[in-house]
Design a protein around this ligand. Structure first.
Ligand code: GAL
Length: 333
């Protein structure tokens, strides 16, 4: 029987990350800033607490990240009924998503670890046995590169992401509202109060959802009609693939900048609007907006919107799902 384990990777710059095979979870990310260690990832005190919280802290999300409306998909004229775990909809792969699985450690070295999961045919209602690996690499230029690979025995939608929440001021600081965020995206996806896309892609131009220039997260956060629906940012942005990076996040003290690059078509920006009561590392709880998740993925509910301008989210048996997302940290000493 596999057991839960914690793996530590470190690089020549003195950066250290921790991971667990429980949910193939990214537990911790410590940066050396001005001779001190700065933890920039939200996390819990123990693995038991990770297993109890419902914010998906640092977890690998699958088989399908984000929401699928009515927990129903159609493949080759056949309906598949998935496990619903948020009202009638499915969120983050269903009741027992990949975040709640014990993965195998396939290989591990000083700066790299690979986790393996076999998701059986019919898992959470999805067709096909899915063989998934997730590799975390810590490079000497302070990048955490996450490689996602999968193969299937039947056509199935696959959307793997990581759900880390960042606070670049250090996770003990209250919130991320004074961070600046830039997202290279010309379109975003409006959603209803259940987070289900309801209007199709909308242009960010002339709109208060525009993040193409670095923007203070607190700026009119809850004055925007769009963000009032979701209690803050909780929206997918369709990335401008002509740009080298997907997004850039800057700490309020300007000492830490994080660049996000990805092969995925979109980024879900979630400002931790419902984080309160999530256990933190210090015997207490996080409040709302304590961290921000920048989740690379296909647009939400893509299986039901094949017309959207992105590659297909369906993986065929003869194909290999291969994506990566990298978070690179720059420290201004
Ligand atoms: C995000 C999602 C949010 C919320 C969160 C988990 O990915 O966009 O609406 O469900 O996960 O608490």
């Amino acid at each position: 029987m596999p057991i839960t384990q914690i793996i530590e990777l470190s690089n020549k710059q003195g950066m250290q990350i921790k991971l667990s095979n429980w949910g193939a979870t990214w537990l911790s990310c410590e940066l050396p800033v001005n001779g001190q260690t700065r933890e920039v990832l939200l996390g819990c005190r123990s693995l038991e607490q990770y297993q109890q919280q419902d914010a998906y802290l640092g977890a690998t999300i699958g088989r399908y990240a984000n929401r699928i409306a009515n927990a129903t998909i159609n493949i080759d004229n056949k309906q598949y009924y998935l496990t619903a775990n948020q009202g009638v909809n499915q969120l983050h792969g269903g009741k027992l998503g990949f975040d709640k699985q014990l993965w195998l450690i396939q290989s591990c070295s000083d700066q790299q670890v690979t986790f393996l999961l076999i998701s059986p045919d019919g898992d959470q209602g999805f067709p096909g046995e899915l063989n998934v690996t997730v590799t975390y690499k810590l490079t000497d230029d302070n990048q955490v590169i996450i490689l996602f690979n999968a193969t299937t025995t039947k056509t199935t939608p696959v959307n793997l992401t990581n759900h880390a929440y960042f606070n670049l001021d250090g996770e003990i600081s209250k919130d991320i509202l004074n961070h600046k965020l830039k997202v290279n995206a010309n379109y975003y996806l409006p959603v209803n109060a259940n987070g289900i896309p309801n209007k199709g892609l909308a242009s960010v131009a002339m709109h208060d959802m525009d993040l193409r220039q670095p923007k203070l997260l607190s700026e009119k956060l809850l004055e925007s009609a769009e963000r009032q629906i979701t209690g803050g940012y909780d929206h997918a942005y369709l990335l401008d693939k002509t740009k080298a990076i997907a997004a850039q996040l800057i700490s309020s003290d300007k000492k830490v900048t994080m660049n996000v690059t990805t092969t995925k078509p979109s980024l879900q920006i979630y400002t931790g609007n419902f984080l309160q009561h999530t256990p933190n590392r210090h015997n207490g709880e996080y409040g709302n907006f304590a961290g921000i998740a920048l989740e690379s993925q296909f647009l939400p509910d893509s299986p039901n919107h094949p017309d959207w301008p992105q590659p297909s989210c369906f993986l065929q048996p003869e194909q290999i799902y291969e994506h990566y997302t990298a978070y690179q940290f720059f420290i201004n000493q």
